[in-house]
Design a protein around this ligand. Structure first.
Ligand SMILES: Nc1ncnc2c1ncn2[C@@H]1O[C@H](COP(=O)(O)OP(=O)(O)O)[C@@H](O)[C@H]1O
Ligand SMILES: [Mg+2]
Length: 289
């Protein structure tokens, strides 16, 4: 099978990354617990969001789901996006994952302006650069775990001699090597989410986007899934962007961005908000506004 190669155009020559550099936390010593100087440097930005606005039209009503959002995401960080239901988290997920188009503003992924790409190029980005994880797992019910995981590899042109073995290795990585023949309805919620994680890793993406990945799981299973994310992040160096409205799921974050009503409310490093790494008990503290 032919391997498809696409050369992505429109690489930015002069990035405006310096416009919006995350400041180191002033109140904390710079150490390895939260602020990682090698990660949070202007040259290490993987996603730039600039003045992003998304307005949905519902009959005569306009819904401003995102309002002029500007932020950077750094290569190799674990970023949590927090905010109440309806604050715009999933809309942001769709925009940075090239699943939907903004009304205004830009998203650059690896310096590539997403809105400048055609359908074929967008499909390439979606299958190779980004791995998606959803609250409802979104597995294909008729396929077993291994078939769900290998499907994106088949779309990417990997031969059967490679994709079966690779799929098994990834299923082992998420702790499901012995469940490869099981279909989704033969797996627990936590196991289904592990299959979805394996599928997200299929083509070795540099970014994993997860939208409320623990929303359908009990607390302990949710914590296991978040722990698995952390292990994958450390082993593969992959960037994680995880939407959650649950404070208890923040303990693996390097950085947390709070959304409210379509806008960024605050950005903090985890140690700044009093959350211990690896705990579920959080004593989130921050100043008002
Ligand atoms: N496809 C859509 N059409 C119309 N309104 C939408 C659509 N998707 C989201 N919204 C609205 O946009 C706002 C933000 O939604 P969303 O991004 O899903 O928030 P969150 O993920 O934080 O719960 C909400 O008011 C929601 O009702
Ligand atoms: Mg949502």
């Amino acid at each position: 099978m032919a391997i498809i190669t696409i050369f992505l155009p429109n690489q930015k020559e002069n990035s405006n990354k310096m416009d919006f550099v995350q400041e180191p936390p002033s109140s904390l010593p710079i150490d390895s617990r939260g602020y990682k100087p090698e990660v949070y440097s202007p040259g290490n930005v993987v996603i730039e969001v600039r003045n992003l606005t998304k307005t949905y039209t519902m009959g005569p009503t306009l819904i401003n789901a995102l309002k002029d959002v500007t932020m950077d995401i750094y290569r190799g960080e674990y970023l949590s996006i927090m905010g109440p239901s309806g604050s715009g988290k999933s809309t942001l997920f769709n925009m940075i994952g090239a699943l939907d188009k903004p009304t205004k503003g830009e998203v650059y992924l690896d310096n590539i302006l997403l809105s400048s790409l055609d359908q074929r190029e967008i499909a390439y980005i979606r299958s190779r650069k980004v791995g998606y994880i959803f609250q409802t797992f979104n597995l294909i019910g008729q396929f077993n775990a291994l078939e769900n995981v290998t499907l994106p590899m088949i779309f990417a042109g990997l031969p059967k001699s490679e994709y079966t073995g690779k799929g098994m290795v990834i299923l082992e990585e998420v702790g499901l090597g012995d469940r490869y023949k099981h279909k989704p309805h033969e797996l627990s919620g936590g196991q289904q989410q592990r299959v979805a994680i394996a599928r997200a890793l299929a083509n070795d993406p540099s970014i994993i986007l997860a939208d409320e990945p623990t929303g359908n799981l009990d607390l302990t299973t949710g914590k296991d899934i978040i722990g698995l994310f952390k292990g994958i992040q450390e082993k593969r160096g992959v960037t994680f962007v995880v939407n959650t409205h649950d404070q208890k799921m923040l303990s693996n974050s390097d950085r947390i961005i709070w959304f409210e009503d379509g806008s960024i409310k605050r950005i903090r490093f985890r140690p700044e908000v009093g959350i211990e790494e690896g705990t579920i008990e959080s004593k989130v503290q921050f100043e008002k506004n």
